[in-house]
Write a protein that binds this ligand. Sequence first.
Ligand SMILES: C[S@@+](CC[C@H](N)C(=O)[O-])C[C@H]1O[C@@H](n2cnc3c(N)ncnc32)[C@H](O)[C@@H]1O
Length: 207
Amino acid sequence: MYTLRDVEIAYSYYAKSPFYSLFSNILLSKLRKKAIKKLDLKSNYDVLDIACGTGINFRPIEKIIGKNGDITAIDYSKDMLEKAKRLIRRNQYKNIKLIQADAAKISLPKNHFDAVISTLGFSSIPNHKAALRIAINSLKPGKKLVILDGRQFDLKPLNIFLPILRWNRSWDRGKDLIKDIKQLFPKKEIYLEHYSLGSNFILELKK
Ligand SMILES: C[S@@+](CC[C@H](N)C(=O)[O-])C[C@H]1O[C@@H](n2cnc3c(N)ncnc32)[C@H](O)[C@@H]1O
């Protein structure tokens, strides 16, 4: 079973690896941009970034929301958050709040955020269903949750390459996020796009 202990070990290792950010940035930079665009951000928006990691989404979000907006960013890994802290210091952002917590247990204000994003987050969160419920609960009605995440390739034989692309300990490749989201929120508008031979997707959900 994939647990918080796996998360701790995998992301403590990744946080110290000089290649992690570079690799994840290069491979997914276009999809990240697309995902952030789909949030329909405006200046002053209050944004929640779930499983923010090293804070890779902060710069593009800050560019749009500006000084009067806010980012609340949650991650379980202390080591990933250390890197996020450094990024915040370097850029002198005053409007980003980092929270070290399990996204499946955190208490967040109801109907509060103007946008919620998670990039490669929910596939790494052991109790992703609880985290999804919390995320939706914290989103204002009419606003969007956008998820960029990974899944198995449509063409099954290609899945032997998955452990090279993403360490098994850093995500739960067996979960079917899309199915779970549709089951959890059957009445919500959901839009879905697949990329990278089906191994990545962007899902938009309007509350
Ligand atoms: C693949 S990284 C993605 C980081 C970042 N969002 C990105 O796009 O690069 C997955 C992140 O999920 C975090 N994570 C895993 N389980 C978590 C949980 N239960 N609560 C909060 N964060 C969690 C990990 O610590 C890690 O930083």
